[in-house]
Structures are given as C-alpha cells and as structure tokens.
Write a protein that binds this ligand. Structure first.
Ligand code: IPM
Ligand code: MN
Length: 349
C-alpha cells in the first residue's frame, strides 16, 4: 500500500518510550511516497484510573478501521492483576481474531545467550492466539472457602486449530529448513492433544516438503536449552506458546530484543504488533528500556503490510547495531536514533 493508517497504543510503563523509538525508525524506513498516518489511543492504566474504562466499544470500533496497530506495553502495579490484561490486551487479540501470534527467535550478533557454545538459533514460534486456556472459560465455586474449586477450561476447536496449523505449515514451507514441530502435552492433555496432533498429521499430507515432529512441552523446554538449533517453526497452543516464547527470549539475548505480531492473516481485522516484554514499571522513565524489541516488531508490521524490503532494512540495521555495540550502556533514545540513522542511510527511494 502507498499509505499506512496506523493506530498506536503506547500503553503503560516503558511502552510510550519504546513506541516513540519504533515510530522514529518506521518513519525513517518508509520510502518518501508511502504516507504514514498515526492515531494515538489513550488506553491502559492512566485511562482506567481516570475513567474505569479498559477498552470501550467506541475505541474498538475506531481501532478496527486502521491498517495495523502498534502497541507498547500494558500493565501497571496500581491496577489489579488481570484487569488490563483481559480487558484490553486479550480483548484486542480476541476481537480482532489474532489467531496467529508470531514470535521469531533469532540469536543476533553480540548478544549474550546463557547457552554454552553460542549455538545458531533461528526459529519461529507460531502461538495460537484466540483459544486455549486464555478464553476465560471457567469459574470458581465456594470461593474463598477451604472447599473452593476453580476451573479454567481450555477451548480447542477443529476450526481454530486447523487454521493456525495451516498458517504454520505455510511459514515452514517458505523457510530454508522446512521443519515444523508441534509442541503440546498429549500424554496428559489427551483431548486437546489429540486434536492438535491429528490436525498436524492430516495437514502434513498437503506439505510433503515440510518435515514434522512432535515434542511434549516439558521436553521442548529441555531442547530449547540443550539443542535450540533443532527448531525451525514451532506451532503450539496459546499458553504453551506464552511460556515457551519467554524462554526463547531468554536464550536469544533477552526480552529486550523479542518481537511479536498478533496476526489476522485474512486481513478482516487489523493485526497488532508489540514487543514480547511488558511495561517494566521498575525502569520506566530511566531511559534504560531497550527499544529494539519494538523496532523489530515494526519490521514484522511492515512485512505484514507487504513492505518486505523496508522490513529487511530494519532487521539489517538492528543486526549491524548489535554487532557494533561495545557494552557501553546507551539510553532508549540513543539506540532509537542510531537505528533510525542506519535505516535512513540504507533507504534509497
Ligand atoms: C504476552 C503476555 C500476555 C500473554 C499477558 C500480558 C496477557 O505475557 O504477550 O506474552 O500472556 O499473552
Ligand atoms: Mn508472555
């Protein structure tokens, strides 16, 4: 598209700080004939404190009209746990049917992995984003008594599993290694586990060029640490994907570098791009936040909107920037400026 109509949700804590850098790099990456228009939405802790609202229908409707959404981070120690997570972040993912939660993990130069021998890491987690234990299907009986019973029932539909599995196969088929690993726990969670396994086995017949395998989630955590190079594309449910992608960030230079896209591949709704990290209230305002995860999320955003060349430029700028980091601490703005300068320098037209 020759224009991008972007919704921006800076959110809480370090969210606004890293989003400012992401926008700076986005502006630097765009060729002069692509018009960028941004609309900022005041959503998050401040709004909730002021009005009690998390995501009113009117905002949701306006958000729906944009090409994409860039989100900083949501969450605040002054807001009860779950209010903003469920009422804002998950509400957006569900309302806009973000069934593909895309989380690439690449070990970039000069980043410190705690893993021995600096193995080559380059895998992509395709986390289901609209089902599983995240749907809020459950309840509690005899709440607050010694006889309390709480349930949190994971929902897995054939429709929901198949569409994310198909997306993961497509992505695996487009990568050099062409390998797809299903991660679940089908020795214990037999009902959902079998739906996932049967779906992967069935769809696999349409992708003979993609090698598939299966790992229980507990075993997968071992391999993340002992043999991360064995992974290419991973497809998994919402909760396993949440946990695995924090581990993935930890082995690839830390949560300050991990990008994500909440994608509706049909284009029926705007997709939303955000760093995997949270609002980090402990470092908000200190300039210590690394904007790189947000900048890499901007690259995912551009790729999703069809600007592959610009996305690749941003990724190359991040790689070059990391390669030249010498350990001297740099603040949020300085990193953002350096990336914007590199990106602008590589834009030709
Ligand atoms: C993430 C976060 C969210 C999730 C929370 C904040 C609801 O941890 O994006 O990984 O669990 O999906
Ligand atoms: Mn998470």
């Amino acid at each position: 598209a020759r224009s991008i109509d972007l919704a921006v949700i800076p959110g809480d804590g370090i969210g606004p700080e890293v989003v400012a850098q992401g926008l700076k790099v986005l502006a630097a990456a765009l060729p002069s004939d692509v018009k960028l228009e941004t609309t900022t939405y005041d959503l998050g802790a401040k709004r909730w404190h002021a009005t009690g609202e998390t995501l009113p229908d009117a905002d949701l409707e306006r958000l729906r009209g944009h090409d994409a959404i860039l989100l900083g981070a949501i969450g605040d120690p002054g807001v009860p746990s779950g209010v903003l997570e469920r009422g804002l972040l998950l509400k957006l993912r569900f309302a806009f049917d973000h069934y593909v939660n895309l989380r690439p993990s690449v070990l970039l130069p000069n980043t410190t992995t705690p893993l021995a021998g600096n193995p080559a890491i380059d895998f992509l987690v395709v986390r289901e984003g609209t089902e599983g234990p995240y749907v809020g299907n459950g309840g509690s009986m005899r709440t607050g008594t010694p006889a309390e019973v709480a349930t949190e029932v994971s929902i897995n539909t054939a429709y929901g599993v198949e569409r994310v599995v198909r997306d993961a196969f497509e992505r695996a088929a487009a990568r050099p290694a062409k390998k797809l690993t299903l991660v679940h726990k089908n020795n214990v969670l037999v009902h959902a586990g079998h739906l996932w396994k049967n779906t992967v086995d069935r769809v696999a017949q349409e992708y003979p060029q993609v090698a598939t395998d299966y790992l229980h989630v507990d075993a997968a955590t071992i391999f993340f640490v002992t043999q991360p190079e064995r992974f290419d594309v991973i497809v998994t449910d919402n909760l396993f994907g949440d946990i695995l992608t924090d581990l993935a960030a930890a082995i690839t230079g830390g949560i300050g570098l991990a990008a994500s896209g909440n994608i509706n591949p049909t284009g029926a709704f705007p997709s939303m791009f955000e760093p995997v990290h949270g609002s980090a209230p402990d470092i908000a305002g200190t300039g210590k936040a690394d904007p790189t995860a947000t900048v890499l999320s901007v690259a995912l955003l551009l790729r999703h909107l069809g600007h592959e060349e610009q996305a690749a430029r941003i990724e190359a700028a991040v790689t070059a920037d990391l390669a030249e980091r010498d350990g001297t601490p740099r603040d949020t703005d300085t990193i953002g400026d350096a990336l914007a300068v590199r990106v602008a320098g590589s834009v030709t037209g």
